[in-house]
Design a protein around this ligand. Sequence first.
Ligand SMILES: Cc1ncc(COP(=O)(O)O)c(C=O)c1O
Length: 388
Amino acid sequence: MSETATVPTAPLRARAEIDLGALRANVRALRARAKDAALMAVVKSDGYGHGALPCARAALAAGATWLGTATPEEALALRAAGLPGPILCWLWVPGGPWRQALEADLDVSLSGLWALREVVAAARETGRTARVQLKADTGLGRNGCQPADWPELVAEALRAEAEGLVRVTGLWSHFACADEPGHPSIAAQLDRFRQMLAYAEEQGVRPEVRHIANSPATLTLPETHFDLVRTGIAMYGISPSPELGTPADFGLRPAMTLSASLALVKHVPGGHGVSYGHHYVTPGETTLGLVPVGYADGIPRHASGTGPVLVDGKWRTVAGRVAMDQFVVDLGGDEPPVGAEAVLFGPGDRGEPTAEDWAQACGTIAYEIVTRIGTRVPRVYVNGEELG
Ligand SMILES: Cc1ncc(COP(=O)(O)O)c(C=O)c1O
């Protein structure tokens, strides 16, 4: 997990600059949209590649009141670093660190009886009351409890609550297609969620929070906000889908700028093969720039021949294959100095491509572009006043 802010002291091969000021402003914009609902900052997968700890701190400083992670280990690391307040983690397997989670006062998500039984055992061992959130599968078909199994899960949770072993702090679910405006599954999931909530509440569950909204739902479906919204991608300033709008349409600004220093600039004749497999051959005499990042740094190999890069004021395209540590751009005869900045993506306002441009070039989503940026790329934090 990325730690605290770093200030560059030497030229860097590559860097992912994280603008925590943008992240704070994004959180404020999302809070305004969420109105009375609280905001959970989703910082799983090392804050979608942005660094979980600095991003979690910045999000809390801007008014988020919950943190969310996939794995318990991610949540435990946040708590160990001293992050306060409720933290929900939702991706458990049998034999998981239930005890540690109870001791760290985490909220744990339960999708089935096996998980409830494991957490109850940990509560008996530790003498602590577990904060549990029951997750409903309202139609995503991934994690969560099926409607047919819900009465049994609710009943057993209430029995454990009556014994003081658990406290049901949340009832929740997750959308399948909130990023596809008008998709019929949205209304169907919302109906099912309301029914499953009503059932649990009739049985006597009194949750602190009921929640289903991710970023696209937070941005476009106010009727889904309930008590809490869980925002990941939008908090990092990226639109969940170009179909919904650009970041600017929602008052968001991408927080990550990925750049590298050209490691070589050289003249080559026409007909010169470039990179493994010679999938690019120079069409005439030209200059080539060597960008010292590759798939080990999270640059998708699918960007071979397609990924856009801003060098010397112009968009260039990855020439030939992306290799493990480097790729090449055809500079078309331009001669920027070695060491010149190559910007792969950023907010876009200096003319650079965005993570969304990379997603389209690679046939994927911007979530994957930022989250994959590898640990070998240092994160450099700017505008992180609250980091002290
Ligand atoms: C359960 C859950 N909630 C919320 C989120 C945040 O989603 P988004 O990044 O679209 O806001 C995720 C991320 O995939 C998730 O798995």
